[in-house]
Design a binder for this molecule. Sequence first.
Ligand code: ADP
Ligand code: AMP
Length: 205
Amino acid sequence: MIVVFLGPPGAGKGTQAQRLASEKGFIHISTGDLLREAVKRGTLLGLKAKEYMDRGELVPDDLIVAMIKEKLPKEGRVILDGFPRTVNQAQALDKMLEEINDKVEKVILFEVPDEIVIERLSGRRIDPKTGKVYHIKYNPPPKGLKVIQRDDDREEVIKKRLEVYRKQTQPLVDYYRQKGNLEVVDASQSPDEVYREILTKLGIS
Ligand code: ADP
Ligand code: AMP
């Protein structure tokens, strides 16, 4: 079962995917996490991707599609978080899945206004050891845990990422609506409420 999480940066996709992974056995594939890992390890992909990520731009489709081809599990419940992000990537994914007689089962669109997204991104903190996501106000890290701020969660880059989302990723809403597997979730609610809504839309109890 392949589920795509679609929505602007900071909508809460990673937060929800981490919970679905720990409570419902989903395999969480975040292209952002994979790229940050590649940057940290200094691989060729990491070196190529870093300049785009630092500017808040999308990493070229061919690099992303090659990375997903390598990481996509053949079975199990899978959440794709942050992929696809362009129509070109979505078509490549469809083709990839067609070859193994599979398809995207559901696309969950995280709907949330820009003001909320900006507040969430500016307060986001990460545990560098586990990758777990926190927020200084809405989900504060445990006392004593050393957390870090992502390089691209700075005001100028946040603005750019939202612009990139609107131009390059939002067209996917129509792409999936036409396919008939789009489910819209009100992501401005509390994490628990969003979680419940996602479970309902996926038909999982
Ligand atoms: P995305 O993966 O879509 O970029 P994240 O899951 O990293 O978004 O969430 C962005 C920030 O907002 C994080 O700091 C997270 O703790 C916080 N957050 C996520 N969901 C909610 C929510 N429903 N209400 C308030 N804060 C949230
Ligand atoms: P994220 O962690 O999803 O916010 O992604 C962080 C950054 O990684 C983005 O701003 C892009 O530069 C890059 N990135 C992640 N996923 C993709 C993708 N599917 N296509 C292109 N670039 C991506």
